[in-house]
Ligand binder design. Structure first.
Ligand code: PGA
Length: 254
């Protein structure tokens, strides 16, 4: 794992956008695994800016998102399909039919999970998977549990995740109880992983994930076993790692 320190959120976003644009420049038909949430927003804004200046071309890129709430349609503001359209896809030249997000309104969620697995397989896997991290160490909606779930699956969201996502809804009880998420195997099979963490509320998840034991109780800890995983974190998110390891440099490589 390579851990890169960023001074602040703006720096983190620029570094992340640099890595994503380099991927698309090196391989224009790249399959990008994308994430929602507050953390990647700055990177998406930076990529939009570079795209609009003519520096990054997404016309041959394909994207496959990590997850979607069950019960929300893509037209609903809180859905992850809507988030991606509003915050990224509608501002760049990726072809809409090449952007994949699980269907939150699927009548048969298990069949939707199987369909999504097929999509990922059919694309030949993911070149670069962008990840945020939950305060509880989740990646995508792979919540802490007794085992690592391998494939795309239906998940019951933990109370802490629902509470933390309530900020996007009018009231906490509107947060869906379930979601469809890509599984740990698909994430781990991505050729490259880029995980972003910003803010002090991520400090303990980051410490536990990358310096603690590999355990399904901290889903992101599995990334310690990936051989091309880059983590970019701002100083507040790094605070526990700095304190516990005495590490002072900008890049930590192990
Ligand atoms: P956030 O969410 O970027 O909104 O903090 C990250 C996550 O829960 O994976």
């Amino acid at each position: 794992m390579k851990l890169i320190a960023a001074k602040d959120y703006a720096g983190l976003s620029r570094k992340a956008a640099n890595i994503i644009s380099a991927q698309v420049i090196m391989k224009p038909s790249a399959v990008l695994g994308l994430a929602t949430g507050s953390t990647p927003l700055g990177a998406y804004r930076q990529l939009i800016d570079w795209h609009q200046k003519g520096d990054v071309d997404f016309s041959r890129a394909v994207s496959v998102n990590l997850d979607e709430y069950l019960g929300l349609s893509g037209a609903q503001e809180q859905s992850y399909r809507y988030f991606m359209d509003q915050n990224f896809f509608s501002h760049i030249n990726i072809r809409r039919e090449c952007t994949f997000v699980p269907d939150g309104l699927a009548g048969d969620p298990q069949a939707e999970c199987a369909r999504y697995n097929q999509i990922i397989r059919g694309l030949g896997g993911i070149d670069l998977q962008l990840l945020g991290i939950g305060g509880n160490g989740h990646i995508g909606f792979n919540e802490p549990g007794a085992a690592f779930e391998k494939e795309t699956h239906l998940v019951e969201l933990t109370e802490s995740t629902r509470r933390s996502n309530a900020r996007f809804f009018q009231s906490p009880d509107q947060v869906p109880t379930h979601a469809i998420t890509m599984g740990i195997r698909s994430i781990m099979q991505a050729k490259k992983i880029l995980l972003l963490a910003s803010g002090e509320n991520k400090a303990s998840a980051l410490w536990n994930s990358f310096f603690g034991p590999v355990t399904p109780g901290v889903p992101a800890s599995i990334l310690q076993l990936h051989n091309d995983c880059t983590v970019i974190a701002d100083e507040p998110a790094l605070s526990l790692i700095r304190k516990n390891t005495g590490w002072e440099d900008m890049v930590y490589d192990n």
